[in-house]
Design a protein around this ligand. Structure first.
Ligand code: CMC
Length: 429
């Protein structure tokens, strides 16, 4: 029997259905609320709002659980590859050997970008943030494949998926190469996904770059951990843009911008900058913890807190372990790691962080690993974006086939002037 809740408004009782997810999470279906009652809901930041029903990713923020298509993130991090995980997210199941081979083949063989795209990079200042460059260039892909803009069929969407996953590392590596004045290299299809990316980042025509397989593997695991996180800010952006039936390239381009902000994927860059600032200020951790606790001070501990996780972020547990392994294997002495460990320990004993359930999130340790792999700090959010791409694609595809599909269009409560008249310029004071 369908559960309902009742709301009483102006003496009338209205019944609203309650829908239930696989793990018993419940939602009041308010889709007919305005039509039946005249009321809308008000929920800044969508704290209590479910925007869709999805089969892609489940997370339980209290228990620290994260599942992609039902598979725990811990298993995928240990056993899968990024390309396999991308397939899983987008197509809903682990690929068979032949599906995997075909998918990998296509992702490898779409890795070059049109030669004209290279000219775009000349137009950006050398110190451009790579997220701005990546978003612009990914958006510009729409100008090269215009036949797939309106009502693309399944085959056209398939090719777009291959192109995006294949070309994004190339586009990303070029944003770095351009900033340091080096030539833009071609992808090497003999290498795997992360090896190819590292090779494009660090090889140059004068020197061969040997990709350390351990480094490539670590990067692969990081990409898996970032691959999806249900209705986060950037994924919701991709869905909202896609809900106007806008093409996948442009939707992803918008997602990259949403991810860039320091409250979202830009936090991995902000964490390292924060740790460096604390270090430069004599390592006074308590001073910064106190700043973060002061309601009058806008400073926040970057890499701490999460809208959904009110316990340890399962990704941060894996990343913390990975960070120790990487530092040990590469023999890197990183003072910021010690500082991060100390900061975490102090914060997790502090009542402010405990009472507000603020734990380290995915961004707290990931930047330290990227730093150890010599990836420049402003490329950290780009690494997040490369990882999140399959999630964005999976959600865009799911939305297009959703039987409840509607263009996203929230309402508002208007609080501006009730009535104003136009005043001619000469009469204005
Ligand atoms: N340092 C100090 N105080 C904090 C922090 C923090 N990092 N995060 C939240 N708070 C406080 C906040 O001031 C508020 O206090 P009060 O209730 O007294 O007003 C309370 O905790 C709840 O915070 P909120 O901002 O209402 O929570 P939210 O769910 O809207 O925001 C967040 C979540 C991630 C934006 C926030 O925790 C934050 O700004 N963290 C730092 C940035 C960061 O690390 N972002 C990466 C998020 S994980 C990766 C991703 O998904 O992109």
């Amino acid at each position: 029997m369908t559960q309902t809740i009742q709301i009483i408004h102006e003496g009338k009782t209205f019944e609203l259905p309650v829908i239930e997810g696989v793990f018993g999470e419940k939602a009041v279906d308010i889709s007919q609320l305005r039509a039946t009652t005249g009321l809308i809901t008000y929920d800044p930041g969508f704290v209590s709002t479910g925007s869709c029903q999805s089969q892609i990713t489940y997370l339980d923020g209290e228990k620290g659980i994260l599942l992609y298509r039902g598979i725990p993130i811990e298993q995928l991090a240990e056993k899968s590859t990024f390309i396999e995980t991308a397939y899983l997210l987008i197509y809903g199941h682990l690929p068979t050997p032949s599906e995997y081979e075909t998918f990998s083949y296509h992702v490898k063989h779409h890795s070059m970008v049109h030669e004209s795209i290279k000219n775009f990079y000349d137009g950006f200042p050398n110190n451009s943030h790579p997220m701005a460059v990546c978003s612009a260039v990914v958006g510009a892909l729409a100008t090269f494949y215009q036949d797939q803009m309106n009502q693309p069929d399944d085959r056209e969407i398939e090719i777009t998926i291959h192109r995006l996953i294949a070309k994004f590392p190339t586009i990303a590596a070029y944003s770095y190469k351009k900033s340091i004045g080096q030539p833009l290299p071609y992808p090497n299809n003999a290498l795997n996904y992360t090896e190819n990316f590292m090779n494009m980042m660090f090889s140059n025509p004068c020197e061969k770059y040997e990709v350390d397989p351990m480094v490539a593997k670590v990067l692969d695991v990081l990409l898996i951990l970032h691959a999806d996180h249900e209705q986060n800010c950037s994924t919701s952006t991709v869905r909202l843009v896609g809900s106007s039936k806008c093409n996948l390239y442009s939707s992803v381009s918008a997602g990259i911008y949403a991810l860039w902000g320091p409250l979202h994927g830009g936090a991995n860059q902000a964490v390292i900058e924060m740790l460096q600032a604390i270090q430069d200020d004599g390592g006074q951790i308590k001073k910064y913890v106190n700043k973060a606790k002061d309601p009058k001070d806008p400073f926040r501990l970057m890499g701490f807190g999460h809208r959904v996780y009110k316990n340890f972020d399962p990704r941060s547990k894996i990343i913390k372990k990975l960070a120790h392994q990487v530092f040990e294997k590469l023999g890197v002495q990183e003072p910021l790691l010690e500082l991060a460990l100390e900061l975490e320990e102090i914060a997790l004993k502090d009542d402010y962080f405990l009472s507000k359930k603020l734990y380290p999130n995915v961004d707290f340790y990931s930047g330290l690993i990227y730093k150890a792999l010599n990836i420049p700090v402003n490329m950290f959010p780009v690494m997040f974006a490369i990882g999140r791409l399959p999630g964005w694609i999976a959600h865009w595809v799911e939305l297009q086939g959703d039987e409840d599909f509607k263009i996203g269009r929230p309402r508002q409560i208007y609080r501006g002037p009730a009535k104003n008249d136009y005043v001619p310029m000469e009469k204005r004071k």
